[in-house]
Design a protein around this ligand. Structure first.
Ligand SMILES: [Zn+2]
Length: 306
């Protein structure tokens, strides 16, 4: 019996009932689940990051493509309207759990759309500071073919789809994708309803950018909008508002504390996380990453957001 079979045997029947949703994501290895989002839209979960799919007999549009090891994504898409004919893939950012299926879909002729920074990251060997190693550039067919730098865009050939930059919300290449007629908004990792928010400070994300991005997402949405994150469940505007409010509290508190010259641990000891609307699994990691991001912006620190 291999390790996976043992895991399944030991955990199988009780997994779905006893573990919190986040843990279920971690264990659903080879068969992404299909979660309804809205009419004509589903989300594939358990394939690295969430994959949002607009299904249609004329072809499918994806937001993010999962992690490379989850080859069952394409199999799942073949079972949905459009039968795996993917015309367009958006990448919300360049982390590998969002772009792993790019090679397969690029080879099948899909247009891959992303921020220019995402293309640049994927076209170059990239140093992972936490692991002290380089991640290899992706093959040419896996890289975005349509990119932009600033502002909001409308998809050529389908004006129902709007997309745009979320400056430094999580990395330096974050975008949203808004399906206007269906009121479905893919927010990538600029929101984090389930996991601790992640700020890839080495890759250009910081708390000020995250606050701005969440404010922008609030402006795009209304009470009926279905908002799809990179990880966790589909949420509504109320959850987005709650996360934005928390982000602003953290931003203001940290701005004050960083000006006092505090370290990340000092900030935690001084009550940075006190009475927030949610608790963090790893408060130090979040605080350290946010703190590093502030120092990357120390010349522009002011009471105003960027
Ligand atoms: Zn990410």
């Amino acid at each position: 019996m291999n390790r996976r079979a043992i895991l399944k045997g030991a955990l199988g029947g009780v997994l779905g009932l006893t573990l919190p949703p986040f843990a279920r994501y971690a264990f659903s290895q080879e068969s992404p689940a299909v979660v309804p989002v809205s009419e004509g839209f589903v989300m594939l979960t358990g394939a690295g990051g969430n994959v949002l799919v607009r299904t249609a007999s004329t072809g499918q549009v994806l937001v993010d493509s999962g992690a490379a090891e989850f080859t069952a994504v394409l199999k799942r898409l073949r079972e949905l309207p459009g039968a795996g004919r993917v015309t367009t893939v958006f990448n919300t950012h360049w982390h590998r759990e969002q772009v792993g299926g790019n090679l397969a879909f690029g080879r099948l002729g899909a247009t891959i759309i992303a921020h220019e920074k995402t293309r640049a990251h994927l076209a170059t060997d990239y140093y992972l500071w936490a692991e002290d190693r380089y991640e290899k550039a992706l093959p040419a067919e896996a890289r975005p073919t349509v990119t932009f730098f600033v502002g909001d865009q409308t998809l050529a050939g389908d004006k129902r789809i709007k997309y745009g930059h979320l400056l430094e919300a999580h990395t330096d290449g974050d975008i949203y994708v808004f399906f206007r007629d269906a009121n479905v908004l893919a927010a990538g990792d600029a929101i984090s309803p389930l996991k601790d928010p992640v700020l890839d400070w080495f890759g250009g994300g910081w708390l000020g950018g995250r606050a701005d991005a969440q404010e922008k997402l609030l402006k795009l949405s209304n009470a009926e909008t279905r908002i799809v994150p990179s990880y966790g469940p589909v949420v509504g505007r109320a959850e987005l508002q709650a996360e934005f409010d928390m982000t602003r509290v953290l931003f203001d508190r940290m701005l004050d504390l960083v000006r006092k010259g505090m370290s990340a641990q000092d900030m935690l000891d001084a009550g940075l996380m006190k009475d927030l609307s949610r608790t963090f699994r790893d408060p130090f990691r979040f605080t350290y990453d946010a703190y590093k991001g502030y120092w990357a912006h120390h010349n522009s620190l002011s009471p105003d957001l960027l």
